[in-house]
Design a protein around this ligand. Structure first.
Ligand SMILES: Nc1ncnc2c1ncn2[C@@H]1O[C@H](COP(=O)(O)OP(=O)(O)O)[C@@H](O)[C@H]1O
Ligand SMILES: [Mg+2]
Length: 325
Protein backbone atom coordinates (compact mmCIF):
# COMPACT_ATOMS: atom_id res chain seq x y z
CA UNK A 1 0.00 0.00 0.00
CA UNK A 2 1.16 3.50 -0.54
CA UNK A 3 1.50 5.84 2.41
CA UNK A 4 0.92 8.93 0.29
CA UNK A 5 -0.79 9.33 -3.07
CA UNK A 6 -1.10 12.80 -4.56
CA UNK A 7 -2.81 13.23 -7.92
CA UNK A 8 -2.75 16.35 -10.07
CA UNK A 9 -2.76 18.67 -7.07
CA UNK A 10 -3.01 22.36 -7.90
CA UNK A 11 -3.13 25.14 -5.30
CA UNK A 12 -3.19 28.92 -5.47
CA UNK A 13 -2.51 31.59 -2.90
CA UNK A 14 -5.02 34.39 -2.81
CA UNK A 15 -3.21 37.44 -4.12
CA UNK A 16 -3.72 39.80 -7.01
CA UNK A 17 -3.10 38.02 -9.27
CA UNK A 18 -3.26 34.66 -7.44
CA UNK A 19 0.06 32.81 -7.09
CA UNK A 20 -0.02 29.20 -8.22
CA UNK A 21 2.31 27.38 -5.81
CA UNK A 22 1.33 23.84 -6.88
CA UNK A 23 0.67 23.28 -10.55
CA UNK A 24 -0.36 19.65 -10.88
CA UNK A 25 1.69 17.56 -8.45
CA UNK A 26 1.76 13.79 -8.80
CA UNK A 27 3.58 11.89 -6.09
CA UNK A 28 3.48 8.50 -4.44
CA UNK A 29 5.37 7.37 -1.34
CA UNK A 30 5.48 3.68 -0.49
CA UNK A 31 4.54 2.66 3.04
CA UNK A 32 7.59 2.48 5.30
CA UNK A 33 9.91 4.10 2.76
CA UNK A 34 11.70 7.43 2.82
CA UNK A 35 11.38 10.06 0.14
CA UNK A 36 13.24 13.35 -0.15
CA UNK A 37 11.59 16.31 -1.80
CA UNK A 38 14.32 18.51 -3.26
CA UNK A 39 14.33 21.71 -5.29
CA UNK A 40 15.20 25.39 -4.95
CA UNK A 41 13.44 27.63 -2.47
CA UNK A 42 10.05 28.62 -3.82
CA UNK A 43 9.47 25.38 -5.73
CA UNK A 44 6.50 24.46 -3.53
CA UNK A 45 7.94 21.86 -1.15
CA UNK A 46 6.60 23.34 2.09
CA UNK A 47 3.21 24.09 0.58
CA UNK A 48 2.91 20.50 -0.63
CA UNK A 49 3.94 19.13 2.77
CA UNK A 50 1.39 21.31 4.53
CA UNK A 51 -1.46 20.00 2.39
CA UNK A 52 -0.74 16.44 3.60
CA UNK A 53 -2.09 17.53 6.99
CA UNK A 54 -4.45 20.13 5.46
CA UNK A 55 -2.33 22.68 7.26
CA UNK A 56 -1.89 25.03 4.32
CA UNK A 57 -2.42 28.76 5.09
CA UNK A 58 -5.97 30.08 4.95
CA UNK A 59 -5.11 32.13 1.90
CA UNK A 60 -4.47 28.94 -0.05
CA UNK A 61 -7.15 27.48 -2.28
CA UNK A 62 -7.06 23.95 -3.69
CA UNK A 63 -7.78 24.29 -7.40
CA UNK A 64 -7.99 20.58 -8.20
CA UNK A 65 -6.53 17.19 -7.38
CA UNK A 66 -6.56 14.67 -4.57
CA UNK A 67 -4.45 13.76 -1.55
CA UNK A 68 -4.61 10.37 0.13
CA UNK A 69 -2.58 9.41 3.19
CA UNK A 70 -2.81 5.73 4.09
CA UNK A 71 -6.05 5.47 2.16
CA UNK A 72 -7.62 8.51 3.84
CA UNK A 73 -8.96 11.17 1.49
CA UNK A 74 -7.42 14.13 3.33
CA UNK A 75 -9.21 16.89 1.42
CA UNK A 76 -12.68 15.59 2.27
CA UNK A 77 -12.35 14.91 6.03
CA UNK A 78 -14.74 16.74 8.34
CA UNK A 79 -13.26 18.67 11.27
CA UNK A 80 -13.33 15.95 13.97
CA UNK A 81 -12.00 13.35 11.55
CA UNK A 82 -9.27 15.75 10.44
CA UNK A 83 -8.22 16.30 14.04
CA UNK A 84 -8.07 12.55 14.67
CA UNK A 85 -6.17 11.98 11.44
CA UNK A 86 -3.53 14.58 12.34
CA UNK A 87 -3.15 13.14 15.82
CA UNK A 88 -3.04 9.47 14.87
CA UNK A 89 -1.24 9.40 11.54
CA UNK A 90 0.97 12.46 11.12
CA UNK A 91 3.94 14.11 12.73
CA UNK A 92 5.73 17.27 11.61
CA UNK A 93 9.25 18.41 12.39
CA UNK A 94 9.87 22.02 11.41
CA UNK A 95 12.99 23.94 10.55
CA UNK A 96 13.15 25.98 13.72
CA UNK A 97 13.37 23.50 16.59
CA UNK A 98 13.18 25.90 19.50
CA UNK A 99 10.20 27.68 17.93
CA UNK A 100 8.37 24.39 17.47
CA UNK A 101 8.51 23.60 21.21
CA UNK A 102 6.26 25.38 23.68
CA UNK A 103 8.47 28.12 25.21
CA UNK A 104 6.38 28.31 28.38
CA UNK A 105 6.58 24.66 29.35
CA UNK A 106 9.38 22.49 30.71
CA UNK A 107 10.62 19.81 28.31
CA UNK A 108 9.63 16.94 30.58
CA UNK A 109 6.10 18.28 30.85
CA UNK A 110 5.78 18.56 27.04
CA UNK A 111 6.86 14.94 26.68
CA UNK A 112 4.39 13.92 29.36
CA UNK A 113 1.45 15.69 27.71
CA UNK A 114 2.13 14.19 24.28
CA UNK A 115 2.41 10.69 25.74
CA UNK A 116 -0.75 11.12 27.80
CA UNK A 117 -2.74 12.52 24.89
CA UNK A 118 -2.49 9.17 23.17
CA UNK A 119 -2.89 7.05 26.28
CA UNK A 120 0.75 6.00 26.47
CA UNK A 121 2.97 5.43 29.49
CA UNK A 122 4.06 8.95 30.51
CA UNK A 123 6.11 8.00 33.57
CA UNK A 124 9.37 9.75 34.30
CA UNK A 125 11.20 6.55 33.41
CA UNK A 126 9.57 6.44 30.00
CA UNK A 127 10.41 10.10 29.36
CA UNK A 128 14.03 9.48 30.32
CA UNK A 129 14.15 6.52 27.93
CA UNK A 130 12.78 8.66 25.11
CA UNK A 131 15.52 11.22 25.57
CA UNK A 132 18.14 8.48 25.85
CA UNK A 133 16.92 7.03 22.56
CA UNK A 134 17.67 10.43 21.01
CA UNK A 135 21.21 10.23 22.42
CA UNK A 136 20.64 12.97 24.94
CA UNK A 137 23.18 12.48 27.67
CA UNK A 138 21.96 13.15 31.20
CA UNK A 139 18.21 13.25 30.47
CA UNK A 140 17.37 13.93 34.14
CA UNK A 141 19.13 17.25 33.78
CA UNK A 142 17.20 18.12 30.59
CA UNK A 143 13.70 17.20 31.75
CA UNK A 144 13.20 20.25 34.02
CA UNK A 145 14.63 22.72 31.46
CA UNK A 146 12.71 25.15 29.25
CA UNK A 147 13.30 25.06 25.46
CA UNK A 148 15.36 28.26 25.43
CA UNK A 149 17.80 26.65 27.86
CA UNK A 150 18.97 23.96 25.42
CA UNK A 151 20.98 24.14 22.18
CA UNK A 152 19.34 24.07 18.75
CA UNK A 153 20.63 20.57 18.11
CA UNK A 154 19.22 19.29 21.39
CA UNK A 155 15.91 21.07 20.84
CA UNK A 156 15.60 19.43 17.43
CA UNK A 157 16.28 16.00 18.92
CA UNK A 158 13.58 16.67 21.50
CA UNK A 159 11.19 17.83 18.75
CA UNK A 160 11.86 14.58 16.87
CA UNK A 161 11.27 12.56 20.04
CA UNK A 162 7.95 14.40 20.54
CA UNK A 163 6.99 13.81 16.90
CA UNK A 164 7.77 10.10 16.95
CA UNK A 165 6.53 9.11 20.41
CA UNK A 166 2.98 8.80 19.08
CA UNK A 167 4.14 6.24 16.51
CA UNK A 168 2.93 8.25 13.50
CA UNK A 169 2.43 6.60 10.15
CA UNK A 170 4.01 9.52 8.30
CA UNK A 171 6.76 11.86 9.48
CA UNK A 172 7.08 15.11 7.55
CA UNK A 173 10.35 16.88 8.22
CA UNK A 174 10.68 20.31 6.57
CA UNK A 175 14.39 21.10 6.38
CA UNK A 176 14.83 20.01 10.01
CA UNK A 177 18.57 20.63 10.06
CA UNK A 178 18.79 23.86 8.06
CA UNK A 179 19.15 25.96 11.21
CA UNK A 180 21.72 23.69 12.85
CA UNK A 181 25.52 23.71 12.80
CA UNK A 182 26.99 21.33 10.29
CA UNK A 183 28.56 19.17 13.01
CA UNK A 184 25.22 18.32 14.61
CA UNK A 185 23.28 18.02 11.36
CA UNK A 186 24.43 14.53 10.55
CA UNK A 187 23.71 13.21 14.01
CA UNK A 188 20.18 14.66 14.01
CA UNK A 189 19.39 13.21 10.59
CA UNK A 190 20.77 9.82 11.57
CA UNK A 191 18.67 9.76 14.75
CA UNK A 192 15.57 10.81 12.86
CA UNK A 193 15.99 8.04 10.29
CA UNK A 194 16.99 5.38 12.81
CA UNK A 195 14.06 6.10 15.09
CA UNK A 196 11.51 6.42 12.28
CA UNK A 197 12.67 3.21 10.62
CA UNK A 198 12.50 1.33 13.90
CA UNK A 199 8.83 2.34 14.10
CA UNK A 200 8.08 1.59 10.45
CA UNK A 201 7.19 5.27 9.96
CA UNK A 202 7.20 6.59 6.40
CA UNK A 203 9.45 9.64 6.01
CA UNK A 204 8.98 12.68 3.80
CA UNK A 205 12.08 14.81 4.12
CA UNK A 206 12.25 18.27 2.55
CA UNK A 207 15.89 19.01 2.09
CA UNK A 208 18.58 21.01 0.35
CA UNK A 209 21.29 18.61 1.43
CA UNK A 210 21.72 16.35 -1.60
CA UNK A 211 24.65 14.28 -0.28
CA UNK A 212 22.65 13.51 2.87
CA UNK A 213 19.59 12.69 0.78
CA UNK A 214 21.63 10.27 -1.32
CA UNK A 215 22.86 8.65 1.85
CA UNK A 216 19.61 8.32 3.76
CA UNK A 217 16.64 8.22 1.42
CA UNK A 218 15.21 5.43 -0.70
CA UNK A 219 13.61 7.78 -3.21
CA UNK A 220 13.79 11.36 -4.40
CA UNK A 221 11.26 13.66 -6.02
CA UNK A 222 12.62 16.79 -7.66
CA UNK A 223 10.23 19.75 -7.54
CA UNK A 224 10.25 22.78 -9.76
CA UNK A 225 7.62 25.52 -10.06
CA UNK A 226 4.97 23.50 -8.30
CA UNK A 227 5.40 20.20 -10.11
CA UNK A 228 7.45 17.04 -9.53
CA UNK A 229 9.70 17.05 -12.58
CA UNK A 230 11.50 13.76 -11.90
CA UNK A 231 11.30 11.01 -9.34
CA UNK A 232 12.90 7.66 -8.69
CA UNK A 233 15.47 5.84 -6.59
CA UNK A 234 17.74 8.39 -4.89
CA UNK A 235 20.90 6.83 -6.32
CA UNK A 236 19.51 6.96 -9.87
CA UNK A 237 18.01 10.45 -9.78
CA UNK A 238 20.98 12.08 -8.05
CA UNK A 239 23.63 9.90 -9.70
CA UNK A 240 22.31 10.07 -13.27
CA UNK A 241 19.57 12.70 -13.46
CA UNK A 242 17.59 12.99 -16.69
CA UNK A 243 15.52 16.19 -16.40
CA UNK A 244 17.67 19.26 -17.18
CA UNK A 245 16.58 20.80 -13.88
CA UNK A 246 17.59 17.72 -11.89
CA UNK A 247 20.90 17.76 -13.77
CA UNK A 248 21.51 21.37 -12.85
CA UNK A 249 20.55 20.67 -9.24
CA UNK A 250 22.78 17.60 -8.97
CA UNK A 251 25.66 19.56 -10.45
CA UNK A 252 25.48 22.30 -7.82
CA UNK A 253 28.09 22.39 -5.14
CA UNK A 254 26.27 21.76 -1.85
CA UNK A 255 28.89 23.64 0.15
CA UNK A 256 27.84 26.82 -1.68
CA UNK A 257 24.22 26.48 -0.69
CA UNK A 258 23.42 27.94 2.65
CA UNK A 259 20.12 27.89 4.43
CA UNK A 260 17.18 29.26 2.50
CA UNK A 261 19.36 30.54 -0.31
CA UNK A 262 18.74 29.60 -3.88
CA UNK A 263 21.26 27.41 -5.62
CA UNK A 264 23.73 29.88 -7.01
CA UNK A 265 25.03 27.78 -9.85
CA UNK A 266 21.72 27.63 -11.72
CA UNK A 267 21.46 30.97 -13.54
CA UNK A 268 18.17 32.82 -13.21
CA UNK A 269 15.39 32.30 -10.70
CA UNK A 270 12.33 30.04 -10.59
CA UNK A 271 9.21 31.69 -12.02
CA UNK A 272 6.26 32.79 -9.92
CA UNK A 273 3.26 31.26 -11.68
CA UNK A 274 -0.09 32.95 -12.16
CA UNK A 275 -2.35 30.18 -13.37
CA UNK A 276 -1.25 26.99 -15.02
CA UNK A 277 2.12 26.96 -16.79
CA UNK A 278 1.54 26.75 -20.54
CA UNK A 279 4.77 24.99 -21.38
CA UNK A 280 7.72 23.83 -19.30
CA UNK A 281 8.32 26.21 -16.37
CA UNK A 282 12.09 25.59 -16.56
CA UNK A 283 12.26 26.48 -20.25
CA UNK A 284 13.74 29.97 -19.87
CA UNK A 285 16.66 28.63 -17.80
CA UNK A 286 17.16 25.35 -19.60
CA UNK A 287 20.33 24.63 -21.57
CA UNK A 288 18.53 21.87 -23.50
CA UNK A 289 15.47 23.90 -24.52
CA UNK A 290 13.92 23.72 -27.97
CA UNK A 291 11.17 25.97 -29.33
CA UNK A 292 8.40 23.51 -28.48
CA UNK A 293 9.25 23.67 -24.76
CA UNK A 294 7.60 27.08 -24.32
CA UNK A 295 4.23 25.89 -25.65
CA UNK A 296 4.04 22.20 -24.70
CA UNK A 297 3.03 21.34 -21.16
CA UNK A 298 5.21 18.30 -20.42
CA UNK A 299 3.54 15.05 -19.41
CA UNK A 300 5.36 12.29 -17.49
CA UNK A 301 7.73 10.33 -19.75
CA UNK A 302 9.97 7.35 -19.09
CA UNK A 303 10.39 5.20 -15.98
CA UNK A 304 11.09 8.21 -13.78
CA UNK A 305 8.00 10.06 -14.96
CA UNK A 306 10.25 12.88 -16.12
CA UNK A 307 8.45 16.11 -17.03
CA UNK A 308 10.48 16.99 -20.12
CA UNK A 309 9.45 16.56 -23.72
CA UNK A 310 13.06 15.64 -24.57
CA UNK A 311 13.27 12.84 -22.01
CA UNK A 312 13.97 10.11 -24.54
CA UNK A 313 16.81 12.04 -26.15
CA UNK A 314 18.31 13.17 -22.86
CA UNK A 315 18.17 9.80 -21.16
CA UNK A 316 21.63 8.42 -21.88
CA UNK A 317 20.89 4.80 -21.14
CA UNK A 318 18.31 2.75 -19.32
CA UNK A 319 19.74 1.62 -16.04
CA UNK A 320 19.37 -1.94 -14.82
CA UNK A 321 17.20 -0.90 -11.90
CA UNK A 322 14.73 0.84 -14.20
CA UNK A 323 14.18 -1.92 -16.75
CA UNK A 324 11.53 -3.55 -14.63
CA UNK A 325 10.04 -0.26 -13.37
N1 LIG B 1 1.49 32.09 2.71
C1 LIG B 1 1.80 32.35 1.43
N2 LIG B 1 1.18 33.34 0.76
C2 LIG B 1 1.46 33.61 -0.54
N3 LIG B 1 2.36 32.93 -1.28
C3 LIG B 1 3.02 31.93 -0.65
C4 LIG B 1 2.79 31.59 0.72
N4 LIG B 1 3.59 30.55 1.06
C5 LIG B 1 4.29 30.26 -0.06
N5 LIG B 1 3.97 31.08 -1.09
C6 LIG B 1 4.51 31.04 -2.46
O1 LIG B 1 4.33 29.72 -2.96
C7 LIG B 1 5.47 29.28 -3.68
C8 LIG B 1 6.02 28.00 -3.05
O2 LIG B 1 6.56 28.30 -1.76
P1 LIG B 1 7.04 27.18 -0.73
O3 LIG B 1 6.04 26.10 -0.70
O4 LIG B 1 7.37 27.86 0.54
O5 LIG B 1 8.36 26.63 -1.45
P2 LIG B 1 9.64 25.88 -0.83
O6 LIG B 1 9.23 25.23 0.45
O7 LIG B 1 10.03 24.90 -1.89
O8 LIG B 1 10.70 26.92 -0.64
C9 LIG B 1 6.43 30.45 -3.68
O9 LIG B 1 6.23 31.19 -4.86
C10 LIG B 1 6.00 31.24 -2.47
O10 LIG B 1 6.32 32.60 -2.63
MG1 LIG C 1 10.11 25.46 2.34
Amino acid sequence: MSAVTIRDLALEFDDSPPVRALDGVDLEIAEGSSLALVGESGSGKSTLASVLGRLQPRSARIVRGSVHVAGTDVLSLDTPALRRFRRDELAFVAQDPIGSLDPTMRIGRQLQLVLQSTGRDASLRRRVEMLEAMRIADPERVIPLFPHQVSGGMAQRIAIALALCRGPRLLIADEPTAALDSQVREEVVRLMFDQARALGTTILWLSHDLPAVARWCDDVAVMYAGRVVERGRAADVLGAPVHPYSRALAATDPSRVSQGERLVSIPGAPPVLHGEAVGCAFESRCPSRIDACARTRPQPLGPRATLCIRTDELRPRVRESEVSA
